[in-house]
Design a protein around this ligand. Structure first.
Ligand code: CO
Length: 168
């Protein structure tokens, strides 16, 4: 199923997504489905490969304002502040664990909207964090790659235990 949220261990989360070239009804439908999956999981962002689609598309919403929603097509970080901050992050594809992740405090993102219109936004704090998290997904990268080795070991151990539990 297209709407199925992919979990850690699924190889699609490790794949590089491909740039979108067709700005058609299918793309609109994809964005809509992604918003639904994000809402169902009570997340604030989602990347297309999290539902098994290898297109460079992310959706996100303002953490304090449900109605403020965005679709970024072909997003790229074009500028990054030297200043970083470390906060605890979660991910819909790793729902049983949160971990500390260091991110740039501010980023400038260039992307296109659903009509192929190019735009550029300056994001800071939590919004910059969401954008970096989702763009990481689109490059096949997860929060596990950004956290400490100890955290990674803990989460992977839990994954193995969970996998064993579902196999039996
Ligand atoms: Co995530």
């Amino acid at each position: 199923m297209l709407e199925q949220l992919r979990m850690l261990g699924d190889p699609v989360l490790r794949q590089q997504t491909k740039p979108v070239t067709e700005f058609d009804a299918r793309l609109e439908k994809l964005a809509q489905v992604m918003m639904e999956v994000m809402d169902r999981g009570e997340g604030v962002g989602l990347a297309a490969n999290q539902i098994g689609v290898l297109s460079r598309v992310m959706v996100w919403r303002h953490p304090e304002n449900e109605g403020e929603r965005y679709v970024f097509v072909n997003p790229e970080i074009v500028e990054k502040s030297e200043t970083c901050c470390t906060e605890v992050e979660g991910c819909l594809s790793v729902p049983w664990a949160t971990m500390e992740v260091e991110r740039a405090e501010e980023v400038v993102v260039e992307a296109q909207d659903l009509n192929a219109e190019q735009f550029r936004v300056h994001l800071s704090g939590l919004l910059a964090r969401i954008a970096q998290h989702e763009i990481d997904h689109l490059d096949g990268r997860l929060i596990l790659d950004r956290t400490s080795p100890e955290e990674r070991r803990r989460v992977l151990k839990e994954l193995r235990e969970r996998t064993l539990a579902t196999d039996t």
